[in-house]
Write a protein that binds this ligand. Structure first.
Ligand code: ADP
Length: 906
């Protein structure tokens, strides 16, 4: 249209200006020099939402702006007035209050170089533009925050991540996890192949290519990847869960790949370990030779092995879910429950000895080692028990116990000693001692050792000889048992020992079974001595018999020839007297021999009894001298007698001690060459009397001194010597002296130096009393015989007549009878004061005669004296019972009879 109007007439500047003014989309105002609004275009009125220009006409434009815009406006106005262009941006709501931002440009109107006539203010509404800018900035801020968040997520993600760019998969970004995975190599800027050359050939590059090209994501789990995580170290296997996601640009084109995943290596290894350990556990359990059972906290069985099934006699199916109490014997329920409770309460393991109950009702003894199963926080999750069948071990233990008991009983009841000892060796392995470990009750009795347990032999017996260590050391070393008998002088005992090693080679223990055989050894020694004594005695006896025959024949020969002489020259009193003297001597010798023999026999048979009384030893010695005098005189020896002044009283059998001294005097006479010297002395010393008989005869060799007192012992051979005896005299002497509590000893300096025999006898308690007694006895002897009637009864006529004659010669009145009956008859008339009765008479014996005599009235007080060869206590008792008052053994010595009669008279 403007084209059609263009040929219009001339251009009116005012009109043009007005049109320009109105055409502007902005709010255009004309201000006068004072800044008052003089015109505003219509668009301006619209923009300011003014209904008409009148509302603002003439208003100072500046005042229409809010206060905080004034400074900007002033500056802009100033600039415009100065001829420039003033600009400012400010906020000013419309007349209707619509908030609006304005961009204002002020220019001055007028001729250049002349003062401005007015101002042109163009305000452009920039509200929308400002709003758009603000919005853009807000969006930008949001984007950057989102980016930051993304980056944080990327960096801090628990998974590894990286961004690969382009078809070469160049690392653009990697997070820490990724760096850790690849061993902290920095790959940024490098392609995968350059950064991680070891992955070539493992299939990952191909996968990346595929994702990049197709845009389809890839996901994989538990992928093994070999990585060079440490320089110069072998490749390491890792397991990863992976996602490859394609990244695209705005147009949807692939720009790269996001790699994202989790390193599962630790979990995988743990799983593998767990698997292996479980596998191992299952294998062990299933093949175990012991029963294995697992239970939940309620005691229900959750696992059993084959062995357990066999032990309890049930199948696995039967057992799973069952209670362990179902297979427990009723009497083992308390221990089982107790064990479960203790484990549930916190104990870790418990050992239970119990019995299982099998399906067939039999019981199975077992030892169960039960352990608590606990969760990570220690909570009780159940039990697992290892069960061992103890049937065999119980049986074996029972057997062992029984056998041990048997042996213990044996060892404790045997009467031999038993002990176990342990050898002690020194540094050179020499056995030097041993220690007692154990012993039976008899040990002490056999050894005399108390509390020996734990102590060594040397501690107990310091002087024990090395034989014992060496012997037992050898047994311990070689293992070869030994049996021996040996003396332990340190213990003063003999032992019979069996020693054997306990245990195998290297064991130092030795068992001993032994007996104290000291007594046996002693009796063996005694026996040996007895046997040798017996042999000696036998030898002597044989010798004795030869001697005896010789000795008896010796006196018989002169007696026989004496009888011949008497027959021829019986009419010559001188010849007869000489022959009788010779015959009396020879008979005396024979009687002496036979007396000694009888005495020895009596002593040996225990039949000789002493008739002890208090007597003066001086008298006894005088008696003995009297007996021996004929022999001493025959040898033409000089006898010296040395007696003390006072009486020497002793409680002795007077006859026997006289016999002793006479024997010694006879020997002195016999064993001293004719014309020798013989001494007899008596000493009272303290409580002892010592009688010594010495001679200067043939003497006794030193070696024979000890044996001269033994029976049948003779020094050298005397058979050819007329003086020789039977070798029993000294034996008799010793025995008689010992029966008196005394002792006899022989002394000699050897052959031809003479001998001395000394007899020691205990003295009587009070010498004074004894003396008095002797005195009294002596005073009565003289008057005793007068008028006393004595009956002598003996079937041996000679014996009876001899005794009667002797008594008559001593002043007694006697009658003789030769039998019991005759004796009783005579006694009735004769009324004897004393009767001597022989016991061994034919017909009525002595006992009967005594009883018969006692029965005769008037004979009650007659003293009856038995004469017998038997002098044992039993014989005496018998005679006492028969009514005898005294008992004399034959042959009766005159002195004894005299003593007796003297006492009766007293
Ligand atoms: P025997 O009958 O032989 O005399 P004994 O027992 O009286 O027997 O004496 C034993 C032995 O002692 C005698 O054989 C004699 O060898 C010796 N003997 C005894 N007494 C003496 C003595 N006084 N002098 C020398 N030897 C004597």
């Amino acid at each position: 249209m403007q084209e059609t109007r263009s040929p219009a007439p001339a251009l009116d500047p005012a009109t043009f200006g007005r049109q320009l003014f109105e055409a502007s989309p902005d709010c255009v105002k004309l201000l006068d020099a004072q800044g008052r609004i003089v015109a505003m275009n219509l668009n301006g009125l619209c923009a300011m939402e003014l209904a008409s220009f009148d509302a603002v006409r003439g208003s100072v434009w500046k005042t229409l702006w809010p206060t905080d815009s004034q400074a900007g406006i002033d500056a802009a106005l100033e600039a415009a007035r100065a001829g420039g262009v003033g600009r400012f941006r400010g906020f000013c709501p419309t007349a209707c209050g619509t908030p609006k931002w304005w961009e204002v440009t002020i220019t001055s109107i007028g001729e250049a170089g002349a003062p401005a006539t007015g101002l042109l203010a163009v305000s452009r509404d920039v509200t929308e533009q400002l709003q758009a800018e603000a919005e853009r900035e807000r969006l930008l801020r949001q984007l950057s925050a989102a980016n930051q968040r993304m980056e944080d997520v990327f960096r801090q993600a628990p998974a590894f991540m990286c961004v690969l760019n382009g078809p070469q998969h160049v690392f653009e970004m990697v997070n820490d996890r990724y760096l850790q995975l690849i061993g902290n190599r920095n790959p940024v800027g490098l392609s995968v192949l350059d950064a991680l050359p070891e992955v070539d050939g493992q299939g990952f590059i191909e996968l990346l290519d595929k994702v990049y090209q197709t845009g389809e994501p890839f996901e994989g789990t538990d992928l093994p990847v070999m990585l060079q995580r440490h320089q110069d170290a072998p490749l390491e296997q890792r397991f990863v869960d992976l996602v490859f996601l394609v990244l695209r640009d705005g147009e949807g084109r692939s720009t790269g790949v996001l790699v994202h995943g989790v390193d599962q290596t630790e979990r995988k290894l743990a799983e593998r370990k767990l698997y292996e350990s479980r596998e191992r556990f299952e294998k062990i359990v299933s093949q175990a030779a012991t029963g294995v059972v697992q239970m939940d906290p309620e005691g229900r069985i959750t696992l059993v092995n084959q062995k357990y099934c066999e032990m309890v006699g049930r199948t696995e199916a039967e057992l799973l879910g069952a209670s362990v109490l179902d297979v427990t014997a009723p009497d083992s329920l308390p221990v089982t429950l107790d064990a479960v409770q203790r484990l549930a309460a916190g104990e870790n393991s418990v050992i239970v000895d119990k019995h299982y109950l099998r399906r067939d009702g039999t019981r199975l003894p077992a030892t169960s080692s039960v352990n608590a199963l606990r969760g990570p926080d220690g909570e009780f999750q159940g039990l697992v028990a290892i069960v061992v069948d103890t049937t065999d071990s119980k049986r074996a233990a029972e057997k062992l116990r029984a056998s041990e008991e048997r042996y213990r009983t044996l060892f404790e009841s045997v009467d031999q000693g038993f002990c176990i000892l342990e050898m002690i060796f020194d540094a050179q392995e020499r056995p030097v001692d041993y220690r007692f470990l154990e012993m039976n009750p008899m040990f002490e009795q056999h050894t005399g050792l108390r509390n020996a347990v734990g102590r060594t032999a040397k501690e107990l017996i310091p002087t024990l000889d090395s034989f014992w260590f060496e012997t037992y050391g050898r047994v311990a070393r070689s293992g070869e048992p030994v049996r021996f008998e040996n003396e332990a002088p340190a213990m003063q005992r003999w032992f019979d020992v069996y020693a054997t090693r306990l245990g195998g080679p290297g064991s130092r223990r030795v068992a001993l079974l032994f007996s104290d055989i000291t007594r046996r050894k002693e009796s063996e020694a005694t026996l040996r001595k007895l046997a040798s004594d017996l042999a000696e005695a036998d030898r002597r006896k044989t010798e004795f018999l030869a001697t005896l025959a010789h000795e008896l024949r010796n006196p018989l020969a002169p007696i026989r020839s004496g009888l011949g002489v008497m027959r021829l020259k019986g009419d010559s009193p001188a010849v007869v007297a000489r022959v009788r003297e010779m015959m009396e001597r020879q008979v005396g010798h024979m009687v002496h021999l036979i007396d000694d023999l009888l005495d020895i026999a009596r002593i040996s048979g225990g039949k000789l009894e002493l008739k002890k009384e208090r007597a003066d030893l001086k008298d006894v010695l005088a008696n003995a001298v009297e007996t021996s005098l004929p022999l001493i005189e025959a040898g033409r020896h000089a006898l010296t007698v040395d007696l003390p002044d006072g009486p020497v009283p002793a409680d002795i059998d007077v006859t026997r001690i006289a016999q002793v001294v006479a024997n010694l005097l006879n020997n002195a006479a016999k064993y001293t060459p004719p014309g020798g010297r013989i001494g007899l002395s008596l000493r009272a010393e303290d409580r002892e009397a010592s009688i010594a008989v010495s001679d200067n005869g043939i003497g006794i060799p030193q070696e024979a001194l000890a044996s001269v007192f033994e029976m049948f012992s003779q020094v050298g051979q005397h058979i050819d010597r007329a003086q020789g005896g039977l070798g029993i005299g000294l034996s008799l002497v010793r025995r008689l002296v010992e029966m008196h509590g005394g002792a006899v000893a022989a002394a000699s300096n050897g052959a031809d130096t003479g001998s001395t025999f000394t007899v020691r006898l205990p003295l009587a308690a009070t010498a004074h009393d004894a003396g008095a007694l002797m005195l009294a006895t002596a005073s009565t002897v003289g008057s005793a015989a007068d008028g006393t009637r004595i009956l002598v009864v003996d079937d041996n006529v000679d014996a009876a007549v001899t005794l009667s004659m002797i008594l008559e010669a001593s002043g007694y009145t006697t009658e003789v009878a030769h039998g019991g009956r005759e004796a009783v008859g005579r006694a009735r008339d004769f009324r004897p004061r004393v009767a001597f009765l022989d016991i061994g008479m034919p017909g009525m014996d002595g006992y009967e005669t005594a009883r018969a005599m006692r029965a005769v009235p008037g004979l009650e007080d007659t003293t009856l004296v038995a004469l017998t060869g038997w002098g044992a206590e039993s014989d005496r008792r018998k005679s006492t019972e028969a009514g005898f008052d005294h008992h004399l053994t034959k042959p009766v010595q005159l002195s004894v009879v005299q003593d007796l009669l003297a006492k009766l008279a007293a």
